[in-house]
Design a binder for this molecule. Structure first.
Ligand SMILES: NC(=O)C1=CN([C@@H]2O[C@H](COP(=O)(O)OP(=O)(O)OC[C@H]3O[C@@H](n4cnc5c(N)ncnc54)[C@H](OP(=O)(O)O)[C@@H]3O)[C@@H](O)[C@H]2O)C=CC1
Ligand SMILES: N[C@@H](CC=O)C(=O)O
Length: 815
């Protein structure tokens, strides 16, 4: 025999009741059981509401009561055929008459005692169970209504009465022995030895079910609700949370204590004592496995779930005068207990200098006052500091029986929190090693839960949360590329890349669950006006673990916020060269900060788009090589321009083509002036370990003087036409000597040079074509022949691919 309980949400409507009846009918073919029901969904709350209104001497409770009566009558009429309705309709009518009288009494005396309230609330379960019994009978079941008050005997602590198990067990067994058929039992209620109605506290119907299961030595207890069992974390905060298939009683208790509200600890006690397995099932997804709670912990996973509790305040009681003074804890906890303040977590360092106590925020001010009163003289004498209260905190706890004697859980927990910039204010772990709890700021709660969830349950699976600034040529190509690879990365590389924010210079938009990258369009006037501070605030507000800012702009304003971003332990990936080619101090500061914060700052595409130049150079330096010189063609657009010029196309036209093909900077003057290449050689020099300043780079500009100040790119392109002859002449001069024009950068002896060179056929750059780049590293190890990197060095796809590769690398690093 099993006990099967359905909660209020499972029977909140006719459609749901039909689902419950189908489950019951299917089960009845296979096994023997008794049923326990709660009140119909929402009824208990409405009865409480009526009582509260009536106490204020307002008659408006009548309207609610009438609605309730109508609802119950309507359910009877739907479940029971007309010929059989009279008993159930009469039962409902009589109960509502009684309720009307009761509320009138409360209305007259403006008072509703706990005793009266229990009686009021009992109507919810009695009405629902009676009606459902009638419904089952109408479907041909031999169903018997059992008012639990006849068998569940309690003391008279109204509201949370204690069960007299000896009497109750005997009465239940007698009843079951003498009543054949399917017993349909009211949850939540009992009665005193004098016959007064009582309720058995929070989640009382679950408790009733456990009381019956225990009394009857049932083979199992099933609790059917609206969720598919106990989840690894709160699914509202952790979207990757999943149902835990198997928990021990202790694990379930720990999890429920900290907010996994599927089962309530006290509920389990009677079942636990008799070793009766409890299964949590979902009425709306009956085929799902649910959670089994039994005396063993199931699989060997170290951590079973992560729970949390918000609205916590932390009291810090400290002072030199507390050290080695016996009785301080007794006084602290005695004072709090006297004031009926529940202590959620305690932490005291062995120095005895401070005691931290976590309590509910609502008790914060009172607790502070009480402790300060208790230690009035110590504070006055300076032996103790004033009590400090940290509001808006949360407690998170990782729970699992297999942590016992198994090192590593706390290491993984605090590493995950630290890596995601979550500050831990207090820690507690009992010697049972069933849970490790930490107090953190409430604002970090979601991030912390996700970070821990990933660390313990998805350690092979990583979610990377991308915030993209710059949705132009490169940004758009990047989105397309991620969209096309997203599924493959998820399935084959366990890396889930989601874009949650995007912005251009005018607008920004966000999506908590991640944009659909196949359909998303750049932000426009229907979105939010762009404001970099607000962009960062929204990003921080989303509080994701593993976030990365991807800057696909050429903007100084955006690179100016990198310090803030890294400081907040958010990684950066960027093709934007502004930060690394700005003041040397900034370059150094960003590198240092990324190291200190343990986050990644990747900028492979700063030089030669997707070609592996930065990584190669950094690996050379890290492995102890010394860079003697760098000789390079670093501009895809300039190489394209000067190689296409050879085909006899006018200079201004090839510049337009380079722009059209996406090789140039947003403003092609950045390329023609040599600035873009100057930035690149500066970055290479710095990554090679040299303290280079922009002034150390000698730059030859190709921008004709009268074009430099053109007020727009269009005007510049127009003005350039007048100089086609000049560039044609340069080309002819080179060609006449059997040479080709290449725009190059060199770095040697701490000096960099950028400019146009005529090179003969012996030179490695002579054969370069289109947007090719080529970089020759002459180093201590690569001395006789330089190390060479060559390939297309500009263009939307190769650049986006480089940015994408950096993003993936960053995702893999944070595993
Ligand atoms: N093209 C290439 O081959 C390569 C390019 N790069 C680098 O990639 C970066 C992007 O280049 P590309 O895509 O061609 O440039 P685009 O001009 O096509 O796009 C730039 C994007 O940045 C946005 N933007 C500009 N300023 C801001 C700001 N202050 N705040 C928010 N968004 C801003 C623009 O918005 P809006 O549309 O509103 O102006 C636009 O969406 C540059 O740094 C470039 O040097 C690096 C390697 C190769
Ligand atoms: N404009 C640049 C591309 C990005 O760095 C180039 O021409 O190489």
């Amino acid at each position: 025999m099993k006990i099967i309980k359905f909660g209020g949400s499972s029977i909140s409507s006719i459609e749901n009741i039909e689902k419950v009846f189908s489950i019951i009918e299917e089960k009845a073919e296979k096994e023997d059981f008794a049923l326990v029901f709660s009140a119909f969904g929402g009824v208990t709350e409405q009865l409480l509401q009526c009582a509260s209104i009536a106490q204020q001497s307002e008659e408006s409770y009548n309207a609610i009561l009438q609605e309730l009566e109508k609802r119950h009558m309507a359910i009877v009429k739907k479940l029971v055929p007309v010929q059989q309705q009279s008993t159930a309709l009469t039962f409902v009518k009589v109960r509502f008459n009684e309720l009307g009288d009761l509320f009138h009494g409360i209305y007259l005396i403006k008072e509703c005692s706990d005793r009266t309230m229990d009686y009021v609330l009992s109507f919810g379960e009695r009405l629902a169970t009676f009606i459902l019994t009638a419904g089952l009978r109408a479907r041909g079941k031999e169903a018997v209504y059992l008012d639990a008050r006849d068998v569940v005997k309690t003391d008279d602590r109204f509201g949370h009465a204690r069960v007299d198990f000896k009497t109750t067990d005997a009465l239940i067994n007698d009843y079951f022995a003498s009543h054949p058929g399917l017993k349909v039992i009211t949850g939540f209620i009992g009665s005193t030895s004098k016959g007064e109605t009582t309720t058995v506290g929070r989640s009382g119907s679950d408790y009733t079910a456990a009381i019956f299961a225990s009394a009857l030595d049932a083979e199992g207890l099933e609790i059917w609700t609206d969720v598919s069992g106990v989840m690894t974390a709160d699914p509202k905060l952790v979207y990757a949370a999943f149902t835990i298939p198997h928990l021990s009683y202790s694990e379930a208790m720990e999890l429920s204590h900290f907010g996994a509200k599927v089962v309530f600890p006290a509920t389990m006690q009677p079942a636990m004592k008799k070793d009766i397995p409890i299964v949590i099932k979902n009425t709306f997804a009956p085929d799902e496995e649910g959670t089994l709670i039994s005396n063993d912990s199931g699989n060997g996973k170290m951590i079973k779930g992560i729970s949390s509790m918000g609205n916590i305040s932390l009291l810090n009681i400290q002072g030199a005068g507390l050290v080695e003074v016996i009785g301080v804890s007794r006084r602290v906890f005695g004072a709090l207990a006297d004031a009926e303040i529940n202590v959620i977590l305690i932490s005291q360092a062995s120095s005895e200098h401070s005691i931290c106590v976590a309590i509910q925020s609502k008790d914060g001010a009172k607790a502070k006052a009480i402790i300060e009163q208790e230690f009035y003289y110590e504070i006055k004498n300076g032996d103790m500091d004033e009590v400090v209260i940290f509001p808006e905190m949360a407690v998170i706890a990782v729970v699992g029986e297999n942590m016992q004697h198994n090192p590593g859980a706390s290491g993984r927990m605090f590493q995950a929190l630290g890596r995601n910039n979550v500050n831990v204010t207090a820690i507690a772990q009992g010697s049972s090693e069933l849970n490790i709890s930490a107090v953190i700021s409430q604002s970090d709660l979601q991030k912390a839960l996700n970070a821990l969830h990933e660390a313990f349950f998805l350690s092979d699976y990583k979610v990377l949360h991308v915030f993209l600034v710059g949705v132009g040529l490169i940004g758009k190509a990047l989105i397309k590329m991620i969209a096309s690879q997203q599924k493959k990365l998820q399935e084959e590389n366990m890396l889930d890349i989601q874009i949650h924010g995007m912005a251009n210079s005018r607008y920004m938009k966000f999506h908590e669950d991640g944009f659909d990258l196949n359909t998303v369009a750049p932000p426009d006037e229907n979105d939010i006006p762009m404001d970099m501070d607000k962009f960062i605030d929204t990003m921080s507000g989303m509080n994701f673990s593993n976030s990365v800012l991807v800057d696909c702009t050429a903007s100084q304003d955006v690179s100016d916020v990198y310090e803030r971003i890294l400081d907040a332990k958010v990684g950066i990936v960027t093709p934007n060269k502004k930060a690394n080619s700005g003041p040397l101090d900034t370059y150094k500061k960003l590198k240092k900060l990324a190291g200190q914060r343990g986050v990644r700052f990747f900028y492979e595409t700063n030089v030669a788009a997707g070609l592996p130049v930065i990584n190669t150079l950094q690996d050379l330096v890290l492995s102890g090589d010394h860079i003697h010189s760098i000789e390079a063609v670093l501009s895809g657009s300039m190489n394209y321009i000067f190689s296409e010029l050879e085909k006899g196309i006018p200079f201004s036209e090839v510049v337009a083509q380079a722009k059209e093909k996406g090789y140039t900077e947003p403003d092609p003057r950045d390329d023609l002036s040599g600035m873009d290449v100057a930035r690149k050689i500066l970055i290479l020099g710095r990554d090679a370990g040299q303290d280079l300043h922009f002034e150390d780079v000698e730059v030859q500009s190709m921008v004709p003087e009268d074009c430099q100040d053109a007020s727009s790119v269009e005007e510049f392109m127009e003005k350039l036409k007048a100089h086609d002859g000049h560039f044609q002449k340069l080309l002819e001069e080179a060609n006449n000597e059997g040479k080709k024009l290449r725009f190059m950068a060199t770095l040697e002896n701490g000096k960099a040079k950028v400019g146009l060179n005529a090179l003969d056929s012996e030179h490695p750059f002579y054969t370069l074509k289109g947007s090719d780049n080529m970089i020759l590293f002459t180093t201590e190890r690569y001395n006789d022949y330089p190390m060479i990197v060559r390939g297309p060095g500009a263009g939307a796809d190769v650049t986006a691919a480089g940015v994408f590769a950096d993003i993936i690398r960053l995702g893999n690093y944070s595993r």
